[in-house]
Structures are given as C-alpha cells and as structure tokens.
Write a protein that binds this ligand. Structure first.
Ligand SMILES: [Cu+2]
Length: 121
C-alpha cells in the first residue's frame, strides 16, 4: 500500500515537472493556442508556424514581461506589411491577411525570434 502511494506521488510529480517544462519552453502554447492566434512567450512565437485562410485576422499576445515588437519580413529585409509597435506584457496586436502567401516575421529587439504565417485560399 505504501509502495503504491509512493509510486503514485512519483508519477504525479514527474507529470507535473514535464508539464512545467513544456509550459516554460512554450511547447504547451504551441499545442493549446487557439487557431489564428500566436502567443509570445519566453522569447518565442508560439506556434512558430501557422496556416490561416485568406481574409483571416491573426492575433498576437505578448505574455512575456519583456517588450517585443513584431515586424513583417526578415531582419535583413523587412517588408513593412505589418508592424506592431512595442508590445508590453499582455498587449495584443492583430493583422488581417487578405492575400494568399507565406509571410515571415520577426521581433525587432530580438531578431532571433522568427516565425511565419501561411495564408491559404
Ligand atoms: Cu522580442
């Protein structure tokens, strides 16, 4: 009986650690973020790659205590199609995609943060 309890507690603790790890690394957000939404967390866009239908509005929300700024294109070649302005914690930004295509974007203060939106017909 004591052994069973110890094993149960161990399994719960291990599951908890795994969940905290997934959350901390943003992987949980990759899974649970609703369609057409992107969460900014731990210096990353989650999910980093989404597909939406033409005419969709994509909403970004910054959950980091650090300000981020979304800019379309690549750090070496920004397209100025959309630009968020500095987003503080809990700030949201949205953009409507009316043309089919692949839209890369990045964070201006942290150019290693890169992601993309694929707009389907
Ligand atoms: Cu950033």
């Amino acid at each position: 009986m004591k052994k069973t309890l110890e094993i149960s507690v161990g399994i719960c603790a291990a599951t908890g650690l795994v969940l905290v790890g997934l959350w901390w690394n943003g992987i949980l957000y990759d899974w649970i973020t609703p369609p057409n939404n992107v969460i900014i967390w731990s210096y990353g866009f989650h999910p980093p790659d989404i597909a939406v239908k033409k005419g969709s509005t994509v909403i970004w929300e910054n959950l980091d205590p650090v300000p981020h700024k979304i800019q379309s294109g690549k750090p070496e070649n920004s397209t100025k199609l959309f630009e968020s302005g500095l987003m503080y914690e809990r700030d949201k930004f949205q953009h409507t995609f009316n043309d089919v295509g692949t839209y890369e974007y990045y964070c201006v203060p942290h150019p290693l943060m890169k992601a993309r939106i694929v707009v389907l017909p």
